[in-house]
Design a protein around this ligand. Structure first.
Ligand code: UDP
Length: 332
C-alpha cells in the first residue's frame, strides 16, 4: 500500500487517482484542515481496477497519529503532500510553517524509519530556488528561498539527505512550478478557500457573485509587462509522481527533479486563453505588483525527461478547460 499524506487536497487527490490507475492500493492521511472530506468520498467511491482507498484522519504534528497509520497498514512507500503552501501567509506567520511543514515531515520520516519504510516522494517547489539567477531554471540553480514557505521545503530536502546518509531512506524531491488544471473526468479539482492562484481566480470571476479578477503588476520586464510562469498540468504532475515511485522501486538513488513544461506564459496570455476557453469577455482590475513575485519562473525539465522518462502531455488550454469544468461544478 502507498501512503499519501495530504491526499484530500488539490495535488494529492489527483495523485491518488494516478496511483489507482497504475494499480496501487492507497491509504490517505489528511487532517482535513485544507483538504475536503467530499474529495475523500469521491476517491473512495472510484473503484478503479478494484484498488483500495483507505482514509485515516490525522495530523502529522502528532507523532502518535502517523505511527498509527504504519501499525494499521503495510506501507511500501510514501508520497508526501501534506503542507501549508501559501507564500504570503508564510511571511506573516513563519512559525506555523516551520511547525507544520518541517516538524510534521520529521514525524513522518521518523515513523518511516521505525517501520523500515525506505522510499518517499516529496512535493517540493520551485520556491526553493528563490529569485532566479538564470532562466530556464535547471536543478543546478542555487537554492536561495526568499520566503519561509520555500525555506521549509528546502529544509525538508536537506533533512531527507541526512535521513538517506543515516538510515538509507531514499527520497525523490519533485520541485513543482505552477500547477494548473483539474482531473479531465472532473472528479477532483482545485478547491482552496481563499483562492490565491491565477487561473481559478480568473475563472471564478466569470460566475455570478465572483470578485473581479485582479491582475497584479503590469510593469515587469517581460514580453507584455506581466509575470511569466511555467504552468504544469496537475495530471501530468501526478504521473511524474508515479514515475518517481517506480524509479525508487527500481533501486533509484535519492534525487530531485523540476516539474514544469520548459515554456513560460505571461499573466496576460493566461488571461486571454481563459477568455477563449470560457467564450466570455472577462473584466480586469489592474493592481500594483504583488509582494514577492519574481518576473519570470520557467523550468528546465530535461533531467526529469532523461531520468524518469516523464514527458508532460497537456497544453495550457487543456489545463484551463479542465479547471473551468471544475469551477462550474464547484459554483453549483
Ligand atoms: N496573479 C494575478 N492575480 C491573481 C492571482 C495571481 O495577477 O488573482 C499573478 C501573480 O501575481 C503571479 C501569477 O499570477 O504573477 C501566478 O500567481 P499564482 O499565485 O497563481 O502562482 P505563484 O507563481 O505565486 O506560485
Amino acid at each position: 500500500m502507498i501512503l499519501v499524506t495530504g491526499g484530500a487536497g488539490y495535488i494529492g487527490s489527483h495523485n491518488v487517482i494516478a496511483l489507482l490507475d497504475a494499480g496501487y492500493d492507497v491509504v490517505i492521511f489528511d487532517n482535513l484542515e485544507l483538504g475536503h472530506i467530499e474529495t475523500v468520498q469521491t476517491l473512495k467511491s472510484l473503484d478503479l481496477k478494484g484498488k483500495v482507498v483507505d482514509f485515516i484522519q490525522g495530523d502529522l504534528k502528532n507523532f502518535e497519529d502517523i505511527k498509527d497509520v504504519f501499525s494499521k497498514h503495510e506501507i511500501k512507500a510514501v508520497i508526501h503532500f501534506a503542507a501549508y503552501s501559501q507564500v504570503a501567509e508564510s511571511m506573516k506567520n513563519p512559525q506555523k510553517y516551520y511547525e507544520n511543514n518541517v516538524e510534521g515531515t520529521l514525524n513522518l520520516l521518523n515513523a518511516m524509519v521505525e517501520n523500515s519504510v525506505k522510499r518517499i516522494v516529496f512535493s517540493s517547489t520551485a520556491a526553493t530556488y528563490g529569485e532566479p539567477v538564470y532562466t530556464p531554471i535547471d536543478e543546478n540553480h542555487p537554492q536561495n528561498p526568499i520566503n519561509p514557505y520555500g525555506e521549509t521545503k528546502l529544509k525538508i530536502e536537506k533533512i531527507m539527505d541526512e535521513f538517506d546518509e543515516k538510515y538509507g531512506l531514499k527520497s525523490v524531491r519533485l520541485r513543482y512550478f505552477n500547477v494548473a488544471g483539474a482531473d479531465s473526468l472532473n472528479r477532483v479539482g482545485e478547491w482552496h478557500d481563499p483562492e490565491t492562484h491565477l487561473i481559478p481566480n480568473i475563472l471564478k470571476s466569470t460566475f455570478g457573485g465572483g470578485k473581479t479578477f485582479q491582475m497584479f503588476g503590469t510593469d515587469y520586464k517581460t514580453i507584455d509587462g506581466t509575470c511569466v510562469r511555467d504552468y504544469i498540468n496537475v495530471e501530468d504532475l501526478a504521473n511524474a509522481h508515479v514515475k518517481a515511485l517506480n524509479y525508487l522501486e527500481n533501486g533509484g538513488k535519492t534525487n530531485f527533479f523540476n516539474l514544469g513544461t520548459n515554456t513560460g506564459n505571461s499573466v496576460k496570455e493566461v488571461f486571454s486563453v481563459c477568455e477563449k476557453v470560457t467564450g466570455k469577455k472577462i473584466p480586469v482590475d489592474i493592481q500594483p505588483r504583488r509582494e514577492g513575485d519574481p518576473a519570470i519562473l520557467v523550468a528546465d525539465n530535461t533531467k526529469a525527461k532523461n531520468i524518469l522518462g516523464w514527458i508532460p502531455q497537456k497544453t495550457l488550454e487543456d489545463s484551463i478547460l479542465s479547471a473551468y469544468n471544475w469551477e462550474k461544478k464547484l459554483s453549483k
